[in-house]
Design a binder for this molecule. Structure first.
Ligand SMILES: NC(=O)c1ccc[n+]([C@@H]2O[C@H](COP(=O)([O-])OP(=O)(O)OC[C@H]3O[C@@H](n4cnc5c(N)ncnc54)[C@H](O)[C@@H]3O)[C@@H](O)[C@H]2O)c1
Length: 354
C-alpha cells in the first residue's frame, strides 16, 4: 500500500486528489493549516467518505519542525500543494506570500530530502512563472484574445519571467524542486498549472474565477470583471489534473527533474465573457458584471502547450469545457448552503484556531 502525503490536502485540488487515492485503498495523510475558507468543508466531505482511513495533520508549512519531518518521513509520494494562492493578496502582503510559498516549499522539500522513505515529490507550480509575455503578439478574434502565433500554446522552454510576488514565490519553489533532482538525485516533478476548476472549489474573487462566477450566479449576486472580459485561459477539469498527477508519478523514471505545463491546452480555452454566456442559461439568470481596471500582472491570454506531458506520460485532458462546467455547476446547485459567506468565514476561523 502506497503512502501519499498531500500538503494543502483540504484545499480544492488536494481534497480531490486525496479522494482519488483513498478510493483506491491507499494510505493518505493530508497536512493543512485550514486557512482557506471552505477547507473544513472539504475535510468533512473526505471524512464522510473515508472515515478514519484519512490521516489529518493540522500544521503550517512555514514551520520546519518535527511535525513536518514525521509527516513526510514515511511518505512514498509527497504532493506539495499548500500555498498562498492569490496574486492579489501576494501584492498586499508579499512577506506572507514569500513565507508560505518560497520558505514553506523549501521546508517541505528539505523534509522530503531527509525522509528515510526517499519519497517522490510533485510540486504544484503555476503558469505565472512565465509572467506577462509582453513580446508575444496578441490579437482579438471573435470577441476574445488570442496569440498571433503560438497556436499550440506556451511550452516549457519559455523563459521564466515572473510578474507579481506570487509569480516570484512560486517560481522560487519551482526552481528549488527541480534543482533538488539534480543536486541531491531526488525524484521530483514540477507541474506549471493553468486554471483548474471543478467540484470542491470554493472560488473567491481573488482566485478560482470559474467557481466564483458560478457561485455568484447561483446566489444572484454581481461579479467584478477586471479588464474587458476577453481574457482567455486554457482550463482544466480537476479530475483530469488528478489523472495527470498520478500518471506523472507512475512514470517517474522519465518525469523526474522535469517541469510540465499542465492545463486544458488549445482544445479547452475559455474567456470570462464566454463563461458568463454559459452560466446565464445554466442558472436562469443574467449575471450582473461590473467592469474594473486590469489587475497587475494579468495575462490577456494564457494557453499551455501540453505536448510534453502527452509525450512523457501519455496524458491529455478528457473532460471538455462545457461538460466540466456542467459538472461544476451541478455540484454548486446541489450544495447551495456551503457558500454562505458567514458560514465560510466561521469555518475559516475554526480552522485557524487549531
Ligand atoms: N486552482 C488553480 O487554478 C491553480 C492554478 C495554478 C496553480 N495552482 C496551485 O495548486 C495548489 C493548490 O491550489 P488550490 O486551488 O487547491 O488552492 P486551495 O487554496 O484550495 O488549497 C490550498 C490549501 O493550502 C492550505 N494552506 C495555505 N497555507 C498553508 C500553510 N501555510 N500551511 C499549510 N497549509 C496551508 C489551505 O488551507 C488550503 O487548504 C497551490 O499550490 C496553487 O498555487 C492552482
Amino acid at each position: 500500500m502506497q503512502h501519499y502525503v498531500i500538503t494543502g490536502g483540504a484545499g480544492f485540488i488536494g481534497s480531490n486528489l486525496a479522494d482519488f487515492y483513498l478510493s483506491k485503498a491507499n494510505r493518505v495523510t493530508i497536512l493543512d493549516n485550514f486557512s482557506r475558507p471552505g477547507s473544513e468543508r472539504n475535510l468533512a466531505w473526505l471524512e464522510s467518505r473515508h472515515g478514519s482511513r484519512l490521516k489529518v495533520v493540522r500544521a503550517d508549512i512555514r514551520a520546519a519542525d518535527q511535525v513536518l519531518a514525521e509527516t513526510i518521513g514515511s511518505a512514498d509520494v509527497v504532493f506539495h500543494l499548500a500555498a498562498q494562492v492569490a496574486v492579489t493578496t501576494s501584492v498586499t502582503d508579499p512577506r506572507h506570500d514569500f513565507e508560505v510559498n518560497a520558505l514553506g516549499t523549501f521546508n517541505v522539500l528539505e523534509a522530503a530530502r531527509q525522509a528515510p522513505s526517499k519519497p517522490t515529490m510533485l510540486y504544484s507550480s503555476t503558469n505565472k512563472v512565465y509572467g506577462k509575455m509582453a513580446d508575444l503578439g496578441i490579437i482579438e478574434q471573435n470577441g476574445r484574445y488570442a496569440y498571433q502565433s503560438a497556436a499550440e500554446g506556451i511550452g516549457e522552454d519559455r523563459p521564466l519571467d515572473p510578474y507579481s510576488p506570487y509569480g516570484c514565490s512560486k517560481c522560487t519553489g519551482d526552481q528549488y524542486v527541480l534543482d533538488y533532482a539534480r543536486i541531491y538525485d531526488m525524484k521530483t516533478i514540477v507541474f506549471r498549472q493553468s486554471c483548474i476548476y471543478g467540484p470542491r472549489q470554493f472560488g473567491m474573487e481573488d482566485q478560482g474565477w470559474l467557481a466564483w462566477f458560478s457561485i455568484r450566479a447561483q446566489q444572484g449576486k454581481p461579479v467584478s470583471i477586471f479588464g474587458d472580459g476577453k481574457q482567455v485561459r486554457d482550463v482544466l477539469y480537476v479530475q483530469d489534473l488528478v489523472a495527470a498527477y498520478d500518471a506523472a508519478v507512475s512514470h517517474i523514471e522519465t518525469t523526474s527533474g522535469k517541469a510540465y505545463n499542465i492545463g486544458g491546452g488549445p482544445q479547452n480555452t475559455l474567456s470570462l465573457l464566454e463563461l458568463v454566456k454559459i452560466l446565464n442559461p445554466r442558472f436562469g439568470c443574467t449575471l450582473d458584471c461590473k467592469f474594473e481596471d486590469w489587475r497587475p500582472g494579468d495575462q490577456p491570454v494564457f494557453v499551455s502547450n501540453i505536448a510534453k506531458a502527452k509525450a512523457d506520460f501519455g496524458w491529455q485532458p478528457s473532460v471538455g469545457v462545457e461538460q466540466g462546467i456542467v459538472q461544476l455547476t451541478d455540484w454548486i446547485k446541489a450544495n447551495e448552503g456551503l457558500f454562505e459567506p458567514r458560514e465560510l468565514n466561521a469555518l475559516a476561523g475554526a480552522g485557524v484556531r487549531s
